[in-house]
Design a protein around this ligand. Structure first.
Ligand code: IDC
Length: 524
């Protein structure tokens, strides 16, 4: 057949058409709704090519929609290669959110693991915080230089200064056309992609700071469960372990003073607490304030009832010699000796029982002159009866001076040092002290802490409390919270009038209680 010019013409058009079709097919497009000419197309495509974006089941990406908190965290998790941990709801992102929370990318109150904020738009301030903590925690922003670049800086909550200034410093964020950051606004999905891409670029250029191994070790995976599974407890290094040598963390409640609130140390109240996942209960037997010193046999009886109730629930139970206004434990050392030797004899075959020999030494009292020699005598009294018993030792300044114990510890084994804090009063300084003590190999047990101020009232301070508990979890540290009672003070877990001898529901809890009871089995 002879080629006519007309046929050649049609033929070349066909070839061209096929060529262009193949072009569009290769350059496009991971998503049906990302236009190749859009300003963000290149970024979105590049991220999709690296499997960092998955889009929606219908093949769309919805670049103009506002990105939700769960979506933002999930993409960040892919960028940071974060391994999910079993989450607390059936939300599609629950496992990722759990891992992100525990990695400290954000705080409990910002995106509670219970999921109510997962599908809400993530505000820009929080998005930037998540991004910087996940990908570039080592970058710091110069306050004076960077804050000047942000026209609406006064609208930024101080909680977000650090990550936002760092993001400006690194050139990841530059503000809108008016020079505003708009901390409370949401982000479009396409804008979020640009943020991710920028951060990933910077990551490649930032040499990784040497990790401060001692301050950020891998979180210790600890077992919960009760005595039937874990048996006699033992201390290995700084870690509480079960009879088989596996790391364990006890979590539960402290009673209030049993001279006032023994109705909440009965079988039903303790069982209620165990049912929410607590595996330890602390029996606070005051010595002064109409406690043991004024009424030894009655108080001892109350202790026994509470201990037996906890044992019946397969829990560990701490017998606490609750000195408080009587700040020097040496003042009543012989009474303590008698009491502990009686208890240790009675419970010598029971792996459930732990002995806390002096709640909170305070006032004019020294570690090496008072508390340490006191501990030596009481350890002897207990171990004569119950050689394997785990014993908890306090320190001056209401059991905050663990640095003194760390510098001059007792020689005996199977001891832990108690460390007390109240989230509304104590923060970074005491947290540093805790980490320092761990670094010096001091085994620490938080036998009392509260979500309130140190006077048992005020607040509640839930973000601060969550930060504390996250730190304890990170280091596999056990805790009991003050207190299981219905007194009208903010540290109390139960609303006034809660029946001690009936099962409880969530309606019985104060804000403190709702938070604490939820944390017993957190991450387990
Ligand atoms: C508080 C109680 C409060 C009581 C007071 C004195 O919450 O109702 O009136 O004791 O008995 C501690 C103590 C603990 C305190 C608690 C809160 O161990 O007995 O309980 N706290 O102040 N150390 C630091 C704080």
């Amino acid at each position: 057949m002879k080629n006519s010019p007309k046929m050649l013409y049609y033929f070349s058009i066909l070839i061209l058409a096929v060529f262009f079709m193949s072009l569009t097919a290769t350059s496009a497009l991971a998503f049906t709704d990302v236009n190749a000419n859009a300003w963000y197309a290149e970024t979105v495509e590049a991220m999709a090519a690296e499997n960092l974006l998955s889009g929606y089941p219908d093949g769309s990406f919805r670049p103009e929609s506002t990105i939700s908190a769960a979506e933002f965290v999930a993409i960040t998790a892919r960028c940071a290669d974060l391994t999910p941990i079993s989450g607390q709801t059936s939300h599609w992102a629950a496992n990722i959110m759990e891992a992100a929370l525990r990695a400290n990318w954000y705080d409990w109150d910002e995106l509670p693991p219970t999921g109510e904020k997962f599908d809400q738009p993530i505000p820009r301030k929080l998005a930037v915080k998540v991004l910087m903590r996940a990908l570039l925690p080592e970058i710091q922003g110069d306050y004076n230089k960077q804050s000047q670049k942000i026209r609406d800086f006064s609208e930024l909550n101080g909680r977000y200064y650090e990550p936002v200034l760092a993001a400006y410093e690194a050139g990841i964020v530059s503000g809108d056309s008016n020079g505003c950051f708009r901390p409370e606004s949401g982000l479009r999905r396409c804008e979020a992609c640009v943020l991710f891409r920028q951060a990933l670029k910077v990551t490649k250029n930032v040499p990784k700071a040497p990790t401060e191994q001692q301050f950020s070790p891998q979180p210790v995976q600890t077992l919960g469960d009760g005595v039937s599974k874990n048996g006699w407890l033992q201390v290995k290094g700084t870690q509480l372990c079960n009879e088989q040598g596996q790391p364990v963390a006890l979590r539960g409640m402290s009673s209030h003073g049993i001279q006032w609130f023994s109705q909440f140390t009965g079988p039903q109240a303790i069982q209620n607490t165990a049912q929410y996942g607590a595996n330890v209960f602390r029996v606070a037997m005051y010595t002064a304030e109409n406690g043991y010193l004024s009424n030894p046999s009655d108080m001892q009886q109350k202790v026994i009832q509470a201990v037996d109730a906890a044992i019946a629930c397969d829990m560990y139970v701490i017998i606490d010699w609750h000195i408080l206004s009587d700040g020097n434990p040496m003042d009543h050392v012989s009474e303590a000796e008698t009491f502990f030797s009686t208890m240790a004899q009675r419970y010598q075959n029971s792996p459930n029982v732990l002995y806390e020999i002096c709640n909170e030494p305070n006032g004019n009292v020294s570690w090496s002159g008072d508390v340490k020699p006191y501990a030596q005598r009481i350890i002897q009294a207990i171990r004569t009866q119950s050689p394997q018993a785990l014993i908890l030792i306090g320190s001056p300044t209401w059991s905050q001076d663990i640095h003194l114990a760390a510098a001059d510890p007792l020689e005996q084994s199977n001891l832990m040092y108690t460390f007390h804090f109240y989230a509304g009063t104590h923060g970074k300084d005491l947290q540093k002290r805790l980490l320092d003590a761990l670094n010096l190999n001091l085994p620490v047990f938080v036998s009392e802490w509260g979500v309130s101020r140190a006077d048992g009232s005020g607040g509640v301070f839930l973000p601060e409390s969550a930060a504390w508990l996250d730190l304890l979890d990170q280091h596999g540290i056990s805790w009991c919270a003050w207190s299981l009672c219905d007194k009208n003070e903010s540290s109390a877990a139960l609303l006034p009038g809660t029946p001690p001898d009936q099962p409880w529901s969530d309606q019985n809890f104060t804000q403190a209680g709702a938070f604490l009871f939820f944390r017993f089995s957190y991450g387990r």
